[in-house]
Write a protein that binds this ligand. Structure first.
Ligand code: GH3
Ligand code: MG
Ligand code: MG
Ligand code: MG
Length: 306
């Protein structure tokens, strides 16, 4: 079965986070929106940051003046952190001075609503923002993922790898990189046909994704039947465990392949480590993983080399 991409998201499947230190404001906004979308309300910015990091809501509606941290600071904090950088922030405030407004726009806000809230305007502006977000997410998915398997694509790798490396450098964390290639896949296509080959690629992608542990891990389709596994904050011993689990997950699919000595679909994996502060670039480490993959192939396939 081919992986279905998430193209038909509707407003009621979106999540909105409401941030306001006044309980009545939270209540009013929630009651105005709860028939449109999923609402969650919190009383302050630090709670909001935790929620956003964990849940990635589709829109944040924030009060501007709050005791511990202002709405503007919340917006800036969301912007400066990659996973939350694309969450739109709409400001709702009782203070409508031009200066305050200007600062909110500068902080990266997408809309600015003044209290007392006009219900119709508010509801429709929220709907507009959510519709934009649905389209932006879809566009991102189309740009960064492979249509057949749903895995991330080369374009994603070229654009995101420098940032992934930068995050690892900043946190002094290792980055494990593994190249995976299907064994005897040309014979598989010859024997079972290209469509069955495509289906095999999809099932394999799903199995590999499921075998990866952390939400930060990524599967990138870098060639026809070749995948790069990106494992940030993962040292070699951890990555070895993950790669062995991937090998096992593929074996457990038990996809028949009579042209292979294993009689089932298997993969070979070459693993290498990017260490922060080292002179080697991530691209050089991928080349090293490729050498290890070649050795895994020469040594009989269906194995990991690092
Ligand atoms: P090895 O064990 O050495 O990796 O052998 P192999 O046959 O897998 O390697 P080779 O690179 O010679 O062949 C890769 C094959 O993958 C060629 C092509 O038929 C198949 N392939 C590449 N992209 C796709 C795709 O999108 N769909 C299908 N069905 N097959 C593909
Ligand atoms: Mg307030
Ligand atoms: Mg191959
Ligand atoms: Mg290949």
């Amino acid at each position: 079965m081919i992986l279905k991409q998430d193209t038909g998201r509707t407003l009621n499947a979106c999540t909105v986070l409401i941030v306001d230190d006044q309980p009545t404001s939270r209540l009013i906004m929630t009651s105005l929106l709860e028939d449109i979308t999923q609402c969650h309300a919190v009383a302050g910015a630090s709670e909001a940051l935790d929620y956003c990091a964990a849940q990635l809501p589709d829109l944040v509606i924030s009060d501007v003046s709050m005791p511990e941290m202002s709405g503007r600071q919340l917006c800036e904090a969301l912007r400066s952190n990659q996973p939350t950088a694309n969450i739109p922030v709409m400001f709702v405030t009782g203070s409508d001075s031009d200066e305050e407004q200007e600062k909110c726009w500068e902080a990266g806000g997408v809309d600015f609503v003044t209290k007392p809230i006009n219900a119709t305007t508010f509801r429709n502006r929220v709907k507009t923002q959510l519709n934009h977000k649905i389209k932006a997410d879809l566009l991102e998915q189309l740009i960064y993922t492979d249509r057949l398997t749903g895995a991330f694509n080369r374009h994603y790798l070229e654009e995101r790898l420098p940032f992934i490396v930068k995050d690892c450098e900043r946190e002094s964390q290792p980055l494990s990189l593994a190249l995976l290639d299907i064994d005897f896949f040309k014979q598989y296509n010859d024997e079972y046909g290209h469509l069955t080959g495509d289906e095999c690629l999809c099932r394999l992608t799903r199995a590999v994704n499921e075998a990866l542990l952390r939400p930060m891990d990524r599967v990138v389709r870098v060639g026809g039947e070749e995948f790069l596994l990106l494992m940030p904050n993962t040292a070699l011993n951890g990555a070895e465990i993950v790669c062995n689990r991937v090998l096992e997950a593929v074996r457990r699919l038990h996809i028949p392949h009579i042209g292979s000595p294993f009689k089932e679909i298997t993969v070979s994996i070459g693993l290498a480590l990017y260490q922060t502060g080292a002179s080697e670039s991530a691209t050089a480490v991928i080349a090293e993983a490729d050498k290890h993959l070649y050795r895994a192939k020469s040594a009989g396939r269906n194995q990991l080399v690092f």
